[in-house]
Design a protein around this ligand. Structure first.
Ligand code: NDP
Ligand code: 8X3
Length: 252
C-alpha cells in the first residue's frame, strides 16, 4: 500500500508544490482547500500523471463542525495518513495595531491557529492509533520575529511555533515526528491575498530581489519527511539569500 499525505491549502503556492512533490514520490493524497475547481483540476492532473489516488476535500479549515465531520467520516483506509502538512494559512492586511481590521484578525487567527488545530486533532488521533506518522507545520520567519505592522499575522505564526513544540512533546511517546518549516519570503499568492487582490502592491514585495519559490519549500519538506526513522528535524528556517531576517532585505 502506498503511503498517504494529507495537505491543507493545496490549491496554490507551497501546498500545491507539496502535492506535486509527494505525488512524484508515489504517495496517495488527501487535498484540502476551498476553491473547488482548482482542487478538481489539480487532482485530475496528479492522478493521470502519477497513477496515484487523490481524495479531494473541498472545505474551509475554519469550519470546525464540517472539517471534523468530513475527516471523521473518511473511509478507514484513507485515515492511514503517514504525513500531514499543515499548510493552509494566510495573512490579511499590513497595518499598525490601531488601524488593523478586526475581521482580518479573526480570519488569520481562525485559519492559521484554529484551522490547523481542528485538522491536527483528527489526524494526530489516527497517527496515535497507528503509532507512526509525521506532522509538518508550516510556520514562518514571522513566527520567530515580529516585523512592523505584522502584529497579528506574526502572533498567529508564533502560535504555530508554540504548537509545533507542544505537539512534539505530546506525540513523542507515540513515535510521531513533528517538524516546523519556517520560510521567509516565498512568491506565491500570499501577498496577493495579504493585499486583497492588489497584484501591483503584491509584486512590489519582491521587487529587486529573488524570493524563494514554492518548490524550494516543498523540496525542504520532502527532505525532512524522507530522513531515516530515527531522525527528526524539529525546526527549519529557510530564507531567500537576499533576506537576512523578518525586516532586512537586500534589494538591487
Ligand atoms: P497561497 O496563498 O499561495 O496558498 C494558501 C493556500 O491555503 C491556498 O491553497 C488556499 O486555498 C489555502 N487556504 C487559505 N485559507 C484556507 C481555509 N480557510 N481553508 C482551507 N484552505 C485555505 O500562500 P502560500 O503557499 O505562500 O502559503 C502557505 C502557507 O505558508 C501559509 O500558512 C503561509 O502563512 C505560509 N508562509 C508563506 C510565506 C510566503 O512568503 N509566501 C512565508 C512563510 C510562511 P483556497 O483559497 O482554495 O482555500
Ligand atoms: C510570510 C512571510 O515575511 O511576510 O510568512 O512574514 S513574511
Amino acid at each position: 500500500m502506498a503511503k498517504i499525505a494529507l495537505i491543507t491549502g493545496a490549491t496554490s503556492g507551497i501546498g500545491e508544490a507539496c502535492a506535486h512533490t509527494f505525488a512524484e514520490q508515489g504517495y496517495h493524497l488527501i487535498l484540502i482547500a476551498r476553491r473547488e475547481q482548482l482542487l478538481e483540476k489539480l487532482a485530475e492532473t496528479l492522478k493521470q500523471k502519477h497513477q496515484i489516488e487523490v481524495k479531494k476535500i473541498q472545505a474551509d479549515v475554519r469550519d470546525k463542525e464540517n472539517i471534523s465531520y468530513v475527516l471523521e467520516t473518511l473511509p478507514a483506509h484513507w485515515k492511514e495518513v503517514d504525513v500531514l502538512v499543515n499548510n493552509a494559512g494566510l495573512s490579511q492586511g499590513l497595518d499598525p495595531i490601531d488601524k488593523g481590521n478586526t475581521d482580518d484578525w479573526d480570519t488569520m487567527i481562525d485559519t492559521n491557529i484554529k484551522g490547523l488545530l481542528y485538522v491536527t486533532k483528527a489526524v494526530s488521533g489516527w497517527m496515535v492509533e497507528r503509532k507512526k506518522g509525521h506532522i509538518v507545520n508550516i510556520g514562518s520567519i514571522a513566527g520567530k520575529e515580529v516585523y512592523a505592522n505584522g502584529n497579528v499575522y506574526c502572533a498567529t505564526k508564533h502560535a504555530v511555533d508554540a504548537l509545533n513544540k507542544g505537539m512534539r512533546i505530546d506525540l513523542l511517546p507515540h513515535g510521531i515526528k513533528v517538524t516546523a518549516i519556517n520560510p521567509g519570503m516565498v512568491e506565491t499568492e500570499f501577498s496577493i491575498v495579504r493585499f486583497k487582490g492588489d497584484t501591483g502592491r503584491a509584486k512590489k514585495v519582491y521587487d529587486g530581489l529573488e524570493p524563494l519559490i514554492a518548490q524550494d519549500i516543498a523540496d525542504a519538506i520532502w527532505f525532512v519527511v524522507s530522513r531515516p526513522p530515527h531522525v527528526n528535524i524539529n525546526d527549519m528556517l529557510i530564507m531567500p539569500t537576499a533576506q537576512a531576517n523578518g525586516s532586512i532585505v537586500n534589494r538591487n
